[in-house]
Design a binder for this molecule. Structure first.
Ligand code: 3PY
Ligand code: MG
Length: 254
């Protein structure tokens, strides 16, 4: 388990899974696929704190990095899921430098932040001592600020340089809603692509990670080509739809 405390290698694009369904056995099965990480969604998925605790343990037990998307504005939850053993936190709707600073402070310990001391469960998750955990976690953990509004794109260069922010994660649905002022998302549609390039460019310039959400392999490949490093591919619905559909497609009697 010790190797998980090491930073994810994001020098080349890697896929990660995006889960809103909470059953730990399901999460173990997802984690067995070649994903570098599995993210557990408390914003739009079913994860509450108890489910996140069990989900983190299930993902870590499979040797994959557990990431958690917290609800909007919940820096207290960011610290808590780190204490449960998350290796990264994804914060939705980071729209300003102030939002980014508050988020980063909740994920990192002093001197970079103000995460409160309570790491015994997290250290145990990785089979390391508390001093080892305290020594390694701020470097290993990922504080990813979601950039998903026009307002955020306008200050993305300032957000990415905030100390403790390890990178950003593009939320293409909300980004398109904000840019087009239309509640029906146009994920990676033409009106979003200038913002997407600007976000990835800002990360490259600052030496921070560019992560992104994708529903299809086509979008994931496009993002890898633009220089994104950590790219989610699909969600529970698509994992299940494609799997079930492929079984039913083979039947001769329906
Ligand atoms: C978005 O596309 O807005 C997201 O937050 C992805 O879940
Ligand atoms: Mg969103």
């Amino acid at each position: 388990m010790r190797r998980l405390i090491e930073k994810l290698n994001l020098n080349k694009p890697v896929p990660f899974a995006w889960c809103g369904l909470t059953d730990p056995r399901y999460l173990e099965m997802v984690a067995e696929y070649p994903f570098a990480a599995v993210s557990l969604d408390m914003q739009h998925g079913f994860f509450d704190e108890a489910a996140v605790q069990h989900g983190i343990a299930a993902v870590a037990a499979k040797g994959k990095a557990p990431l958690v998307r917290i609800p909007v504005g919940r820096c207290d939850t960011a610290s808590r899921v780190m204490d449960f053993g998350a290796l990264g936190v994804i914060a939705p709707m980071i729209n300003s430098v102030e939002d980014a600073r508050a988020f980063a402070r909740s994920v990192k310990y002093v001197p970079r932040g103000e995460r409160s001391f309570g790491p015994r469960h997290a250290a145990a998750t990785y089979g390391v001592s508390i001093p080892e955990y305290l020594d390694g976690i701020d470097n290993a953990s990922l504080a990813l600020a979601m950039i998903e509004t026009r307002e955020a794109v306008e200050v993305v260069e300032e957000i990415v340089v905030v100390d403790g922010i390890d990178g950003v994660l593009i939320g293409p649905g909300d980004l398109s809603i904000s840019i087009r002022q239309n509640r029906i998302p146009d994920v990676y549609g033409p009106e979003s692509m200038e913002a997407v390039s600007r976000i990835i460019g800002a990360c490259k310039t600052a030496g921070k990670h560019a992560a992104a959400f994708a529903l299809t392999p086509e979008h994931a490949n496009m993002l890898a080509g633009l220089g994104a490093g950590l790219i989610s591919v699909g969600i529970d619905d698509t994992y299940l739809d494609k799997g079930i559909a492929s079984h039913l497609n083979g039947l001769t009697f329906i």
